[in-house]
Design a protein around this ligand. Sequence first.
Ligand code: CUA
Length: 389
Amino acid sequence: MTATDTKLTEVTTNSMATHRPILHRAVRLSGLFVLITALTSCATGRIDPTDPIGENAKQIDGLMRLSGYLAAAVGVFVAIAVAVVIVKFRARPDDDPNDLPEQIHGNKKAELTWTIIPVILLVFLTVITIPAVFDLSGKGDGRTIKVEGQQWWWQFSYDIDEDGTPDIVTANDLVIPVGEEINLEILSNDVIHSFWIPQLNGKKDAVPGRVHHWRISSPVPGIFYGECTEFCGLSHANMQMRAVALEQDDYDAWVEEQMKASSVPTAASAKRGYDLFGQHCVSCHVVNGVYEAAANGNANLTSGYAPNLTHLMTRTSFAGSVFELYNDDGSVNIADLREWVRNAPDRKPARSDNRQGMVSFAEVLNETDLDDIVTYLSTLGGPPPLMPS
Ligand code: CUA
C-alpha cells in the first residue's frame, strides 16, 4: 500500500464515520414522526374534521380548503423557482469564483412584485374570513340548549316549555332534531373547556362566568363525535361528547320520554340496587321522581356536578362518552358499567378527593351490591333511539 492509498482510505473512513450517525439519526427521526402521526390518528379515529356535515362546519371547511389550496400553490411556485435558480445559476467548473453575477439588490420591480402579491392574497383571505367569523359566533332563531362543561364531562339542559327552568337535563349525548339550527349556550362550572364536534361546527371555549353562543345543525340523522379541546386537567382527553341528530318524530318521542319521572323498581335485585343507590350515589347523582335533590342541597334535575341519571339507558355512552353503554349486539355493556361503579378512578384518571370525578367504591360495595346497582341502572329507560354503527 502506497502513502497515497493509505491517505485515501483514511479520508473515506473518516467521511463514512461522520455520515453514518447523521443518516441513522435521520432514519430514527422519520421513524418517530411516522409513529407520532400513527398514534394521533388512532386517538381521533371517530372525530373527523375533513368530513363536514352541518352548514357551519361546511363553511369552515370551505375556508380551510381555499386557504390550503392558495398556500399549496404558493409553496409549489416557490419550490419550482428555487429548483430553477439552483440549476440555472450553479457554479460551473470553469467559472471564476470571484466573478459575481449581476446584483439586483434594490430592484424595484422584484421588490414590488413579492410585496404586492402576498398583500393581495392576505387581504383576500381576510375579506372572506372575517364575515364568516362573525356569522359563526352569532345567535340563531332556533331552540336553545344549555351546554355546561365540568371536569370531565358535558351536561346538556333543555328548557322545553321556555319558562326559564330546565325540563330535561342529560349528559354526554346531545340530542338534536334534524334540519334545525340549534343555539348552544356554552358555559363552564369550573375551568376553561372547549366544545368541539367538528362535523357540525368549529371549537368554542366554555369559560367560567361567561355565556358563549354557538350554533349546530345536521341535515341528516346520525351520531357525530366530539371532545374537549382545551386542556382542563387530569382527564382532559377523557372529556368527550357526541351529538345525536334524530328525525323530528324520533326527537319528539325522545323529548316525551325524557320528561317522564323515574319510579321505584319492583324486581328484587333492581329494588336492592335502588336502595344501595340511595345510600351511596345520591350525594352527587339525581334521578328525577325518586332521588330528586342531591344530598349536597342542589335543586331538582341538576346535581353536584355529576350526571343526572334519570334516563341513563337512553344514552349511547357514559363517563364523559369514554365508554359505550351498549355492546355491538345491542345488549347493555354490563362489564364496563360494573367496573365503572366499582372503581371509576381506575378506569378514568380523576381527583375524586377534590370532587373532580367519581370516587372508588371498591372498598365499599361487594360483588352482589355491584350486580344489584348495575341491574337498577339498567332499568333507567332506554334503549337509545339511535345506536352507534
Ligand atoms: Cu375539558 Cu379539556
